[in-house]
Ligand binder design. Structure first.
Ligand SMILES: Nc1ncnc2c1ncn2[C@@H]1O[C@H](COP(=O)(O)OP(=O)(O)OP(=O)(O)O)[C@@H](O)[C@H]1O
Ligand SMILES: [Mg+2]
Length: 248
């Protein structure tokens, strides 16, 4: 579903991603972990074209993006990649002046070109799926952070993505609200969604992911099964990281 070939990304002279190559098959759930500044968000943003890549190539659901191609051609590909990927951020970015259901309907009407009635039916089903059928007509400001994030997930799902990317979806939440969001994500994973999740929730990564990518200094330092990674990391870098995480 995703193939990354020798991907590098620089900001000016600063090389933030260094020669990353990997393949993610359909239905796989990948957790990306690693220290702050290691390039996790940048990697995710390259995957759906929020950042232009400096060199290398990425294939997402058969859309081929190559850094050697013209910007125009890349933009075209990115447009298609975006249609197939849903992204959920730490900040929920809901429209404050739209109700919950209107927030979810927006993409269905604008991008999927469905009628208002159709959009309403689909949005309603999606809100049910994330456990928010009661909140359809409420404004986001009246929701808890966990509820807002679940709306954001429903909104991303409205595009019928083949892949869901999450960048620290629970980091801005009060601890007691983290579980409800992780539960929705776990359900998505169990339904077979291909997912790449940047997270600091080690327990979740261990329970829900099929695979751990440990990043440091712009590289994938370990690529392992969760069980192996958490019980017996191969590198000193990962051992140190896990020791630090476990202090808290
Ligand atoms: N738009 C940008 N312009 C310049 N440098 C950037 C930009 N975005 C990120 N960087 C740099 O790239 C590096 C990787 O950043 P990135 O946000 O990918 O890290 P991260 O692993 O997601 O960190 P965190 O866990 O803190 O979110 C950092 O050194 C950062 O300063
Ligand atoms: Mg980040």
């Amino acid at each position: 579903m995703i193939q990354v070939m020798d991907l590098s990304k620089s900001y000016d002279q600063n090389e933030v991603l260094k020669h990353i190559s990997l393949t993610i098959p359909a239905h796989q759930v990948v957790a990306v972990i690693g220290p702050s500044g290691s390039g996790k968000s940048t990697f995710l943003r390259c995957l759906n074209g929020l950042e232009m890549i400096t060199s290398g190539a990425i294939t997402v659901n058969n859309h081929h993006l190559n850094a050697t191609e013209s910007k125009k051609k890349q933009q075209k590909t990115i447009h298609r990649v975006r249609q197939d990927t849903g992204m959920v951020f730490q900040q929920f970015n809901l429209y404050p002046h739209k109700t919950v259901i209107e927030n979810v309907m927006e993409a269905i009407i604008v991008v999927k070109k469905q009628s208002k009635e159709q959009a309403k039916t689909i949005a309603s089903q999606l809100l049910k799926r994330v456990g928010l059928q009661e909140k359809e007509d409420v404004y986001p400001s009246k929701l808890s952070g966990g509820q807002q994030q679940r709306v954001a997930i429903a909104r991303a799902l409205a595009m019928e993505p083949k892949i869901m990317l999450f960048d620290e979806p629970t980091s801005a939440l009060d601890p007691e609200l983290v579980g409800e969001v992780l539960k929705v994500m776990k359900e998505l994973a169990d339904e077979g969604m291909t997912m790449v999740i940047v997270t600091h929730e080690m327990r979740f990564a261990q329970d829900a992911a099929d695979r751990i990518l440990f990043m440091a200094d712009g590289q994938i330092v370990e690529d392992a099964e969760p069980k192996k990674f958490f019980s017996d990391p191969s590198t000193e870098r990962a051992q140190k990281f896990l020791a630090k995480v476990n202090e808290f």
